[in-house]
Design a protein around this ligand. Sequence first.
Ligand code: ATP
Ligand code: MG
Length: 363
Amino acid sequence: MKKEKIILTGDRPTGKLHIGHYVGSLKRRVELQNSGEFDKIFIMIADAQALTDNVDNPEKVRQNIIEVALDYLACGIDPTKSTIFIQSQIAELCELSFYYMNLVSVSRLQRNPTVKTEIQMRNFESSIPVGFFTYPISQAADITAFKATTVPVGEDQKPMLEQTNEIVRRFNHIYGETLIEPEILLPDNAACLRLPGTDGKAKMSKSLGNCIYLSESADELQKKIKSMYTDPDHLRVQDPGKIEGNTVFTYLDAFCRPEHFERYLDEYPCLEELKAHYQRGGLGDMKVKKFLGAIMEEELGPIREKRKEFEKDIPAIYEMLKKGCEVAREAAADTLADVRRSMKINYFEDAELIAEQAKRFQE
Ligand code: ATP
Ligand code: MG
């Protein structure tokens, strides 16, 4: 039988989705969805994972589920092609996590670089919630439950995929071939691996408040771009400017295409020439920001409009999510049955075991 190609990916409902999500994963998902190359696509709103570091703010997580779902639909995720579901509704994931916990050591979890950074960012050093510390294990459950072969995510997720593959290998080694090792699918464009925040910080993240949201109004979008971090030493237009670490140019690397120059800045033939002028001196930040503003509006304007349409029927979106959860639950239950069988904890289905035990006690 041909191996099925399955995608699992998702986002935490800790806020609306931002352009980091878009270039890091969301845009790719829509392309993969429409390529028709995948047998199944599962997109998870990771509310249970969001609770691991938002225990004091469950309402934030609850409120943002619909925001994330709206962002998905607005970007072109099509529920007739992709199953969108909510993590907490799939109890099977907890059971899988519980078994996987025995396959991972505390010191292995402590070495996860993304979790390390996140612990620092959240000031958790002295009191790390156990659930947060172990979320890479629960993520392995999410991925393997759907027998995912492909996981399109941003670079910060690399350690989670490595952890998942270690769990899969260990499980299969102990219990026999059962789980599937997934492959990470990172963005091709280097600027999209980890899009920086508007403040120049290493990662745009809902938790850092340095985001441009997909649903930003046209005015707010331009305002945020105008106040973006550039090169702090580029004070006068005639000064030479730096491109490295200059967020405006990183966003241009992520979003700019050759045709944008024809439309909005035809005095330059390409991005390389624009960068060279900035580095030489004589090109002001405002001109570059205006160009970026036009490009971003072209990309985000249609998403904003589509979102407004979907906002008109919120109950229909909950209904769609409910159906998605049903489909997801069935898929996860299948895997859990395989796992129980491999672990030989399916006692009541195991006629051989019962006969063996009966014989043992009669001897
Ligand atoms: P939080 O701050 O709550 O962790 P987040 O902004 O990091 O939120 P997640 O829900 O953790 O967002 O990430 C969802 C997906 O988006 C993941 O695949 C992640 O790799 C990707 N992603 C998030 N931020 C970025 C970014 N700045 N650049 C590229 N990809 C990103
Ligand atoms: Mg994150």
